[in-house]
Write a protein that binds this ligand. Structure first.
Ligand code: NDP
Length: 331
């Protein structure tokens, strides 16, 4: 079987040389473990941070060791009475064709209730991130105006749609292409959207939200965060989810330069790590699950086939080649 390893730590943008693909013996399940044939792997921006040898909330990837990430697959051998052969499970040891892990560390999912891929996207950690960030961290309330960056991505697209379904007055999204902007307005029901590459975010946000915004869901950081701080109304809230605009930068970001506005406006800027909010998972599934099943919440996916193409999928994600959730499908 094959696995993708970290071959070199990137300085700036990852390249093909960052990764190597290796043939390794098929692993076997020990006591309490399961062997999983992976079907889909999640491709996530936070993996870029783990490629640096830096202290963070998750340990860095090790050189020469396989990468790790969310995956969903079928149990093909089991040494645990809790998770039988034939079960489909979500786990955290992707980036390889087969994974062995403790049965206690997998979550069994129902392939009849939703597409398997959805358990990594809209019904998985990315959808959950949107839910927790918008409702718990930013404390969104009906009637408010919301701005979300990275809006055509996996998390951002769910943020905007949940805000609409929960009674937002106005939802504005930013994304990196004209096609994505049309997708947000025409398919996902955003009230307004703009391409951040066209002209300064600050100007475009002011035009889209002349009365200001109450909530900013930040996936990008930098100029987007600066623009949002400028447009936030008194007592506005920011869910600091990610800063994908800076993940490949080698120097500190130049923005936001206007952070002191947070004092007079009495803003609340709050970061979060979704895995620390798992107690909210049942509420998320109970509310968002039916919206997905009824087609009221759409979840576009960008699927790349083959383990060998996972590095290109990852680099493509950071370049914005995905709409919705970026996934790798294994044969
Ligand atoms: P996305 O599906 O949003 O993919 C990343 C997107 O980032 C790309 O599609 C691209 O879209 C955009 N992007 C890349 N470079 C830039 C840039 N310089 N400026 C603006 N946009 C850029 O990924 P996810 O939905 O998985 O993740 C979204 C964010 O949420 C990330 O920051 C991630 O780290 C964070 N996250 C945080 C979690 C937490 O617990 N705090 C959990 C999960 C995710 P475009 O074409 O529009 O540029």
């Amino acid at each position: 079987m094959r696995e993708i390893r970290l071959a070199a730590r990137p300085d700036g943008w990852p390249t093909d040389d960052t990764f190597e693909i290796a043939d390794v013996p098929m692993p076997t399940a020990g006591p309490g473990q399961v062997l999983i044939r992976n079907v889909f792997m999640s491709v996530d921006p936070y993996m870029r941070g783990r490629m640096n040898d830096a202290k963070s909330y998750v340990p860095p990837f090790q050189l020469g060791a396989p990468l790790e990430g969310g995956a969903v697959g079928e149990v093909v051998a089991s040494e645990s009475p809790d998770v039988p052969v034939g079960a489909f499970v979500v786990h955290g040891l992707g980036w390889r064709e087969y994974s062995v892990t403790e049965a206690a560390r997998v979550r069994v999912v129902d392939p009849a209730a939703a597409d398997l891929s959805a358990y990594l996207g809209v019904l998985g950690l990315t959808g959950f991130t949107a839910y927790v960030g918008l409702l718990d961290i930013a404390q969104f309330k009906p009637g408010e105006t919301v701005f979300v960056s990275g809006a055509a991505g996996a998390v951002g697209s769910v943020v905007g749609q949940v805000a609409k379904l929960r009674g937002a007055k106005r939802v504005i999204g930013s994304a990196g292409s004209a096609e994505k902007v049309s997708h947000l307005v025409d398919d996902l029901g955003f009230d307004a959207a703009f391409n951040y590459r066209d002209s300064p975010v600050r100007k475009q946000l002011r035009q889209a939200a002349p009365d200001g915004i109450d909530v900013y869901f930040d996936n990008v950081g930098g100029d987007h965060l600066e623009a949002a701080i400028g447009s936030l109304t008194k007592y506005g809230r920011v869910a600091m989810c990610g800063a994908v605009g800076a993940y490949n930068e080698t120097s500190a970001p130049a923005a936001p330069r206007n952070l002191a506005l947070a004092i007079g406006k009495e803003l609340n800027l709050r970061g979060f790590i979704v895995s620390n909010h798992n107690r909210r998972m049942p509420d998320f599934l109970a509310e968002v699950g039916p919206w997905v099943r009824e087609g009221r919440l759409q979840a576009r996916e960008t699927i790349v086939d083959g383990l060998e193409n996972a590095p290109a999928a990852f680099i493509g994600l950071l370049r914005g080649e995905n709409t919705g959730k970026m996934l790798v499908r294994l044969s």
